[in-house]
Each structure stands twice: as C-alpha cells, then as structure tokens.
Design a protein around this ligand. Structure first.
Ligand code: ZN
Length: 153
C-alpha cells in the first residue's frame, strides 16, 4: 500500500480512537456483551437494544488500544439500525478481510477497510475483532431466542 493511503487510514483510526462514536451506556438496553482481550488489555462492554430482527441501537464503553477502540466505534456506527442478518454478514466479511492475505476489495466494509489495510499481525487482528465477536455473539443469542423461545417454565 502507498504511504499516502496508509497515512489516511491511520488518521481515520486515530480519529475514532480519540473521539469514539456511540461511546456511552445505553438506557434502556436489551442485551450487553463483555469483550476482554488479555493479550492486549482491551476491555469493553457493548450495549445493544435489540428487537426480534433489528439492532435498534448499539453503543459501548471501556478502554483499550487504538485498533480495538476504533473498530468498536466503527461497529456501533455501522450497525445502528442494521438487521441481524446484515450485521452478521458484515462481521463475516470483516473477519475474512482481516484473515486472508490479499482480500478482494469489498465496498460493504466502508471505514473498516482502514483496519484491514493497516493490520497484519495476528495479535492486532484479535484487537480488531474483539468488539465484533462480543456483539455478534449477543445478536446470535437473541436471534436463536426469537426462533425457539424457551418453554421450560
Ligand atoms: Zn488491543
């Protein structure tokens, strides 16, 4: 990648790190998810307001490295109002783009392209996926619950 592009990417990541979007506790929320990365010390709580198919709102609190915080900030910006299906699809595309060597260009990634562009070390991939993994686990739990409601009571 050329230096100019890399500088542009770094600047956007830094902007999300210094002024994270949706960086507060949701009130009310329907679900929370804890995200902790012992390798780096990143620790976040994700708040979600979910109905049966849509992420009405999503926010986060916590602290960690610039990569993990920028990724969480971009996530909350991109997933507010998204369907469960599109959120999980975006997570999958993001993960693929981080894990494979030369990912094909994927417009759906939006600002996430800045993270896939600058990250190569496996330890940083963990930072980038941290908040997404936590949020998507909560979303998958909520969608399973919606499909097969508990009938044990
Ligand atoms: Zn980190």
């Amino acid at each position: 990648m050329d230096t100019e592009k890399e500088e542009l990417y770094q600047a956007l990541i830094l902007d999300h790190d210094q002024a994270p979007r949706h960086f507060h506790r949701l009130d009310p929320f329907s679900h929370t998810a804890e995200a902790y990365n012992p390798l780096c010390g990143d620790r976040y709580t994700i708040y979600l307001d979910l109905n049966s198919h849509i992420i009405r709102q999503i926010s986060f609190e916590g602290y960690g490295c610039a990569i993990s915080k920028a990724s969480a900030s971009m996530m909350t910006s991109m997933l507010s109002g998204a369907s469960f299906e599109s959120a999980l699809a975006l997570f999958s595309s993001f993960r693929t783009a981080l894990l494979i060597e030369n990912p094909p260009s994927d417009d759906s990634l939006g600002d996430l392209i800045t993270l896939t562009g600058v990250i190569s070390a496996p330890t940083r991939i963990k930072c980038a996926l941290l908040a997404w993994e936590a949020a998507c686990t909560a979303i998958q739990g909520a969608s399973r619950h919606a499909i097969t409601p508990e009938t044990t009571n």
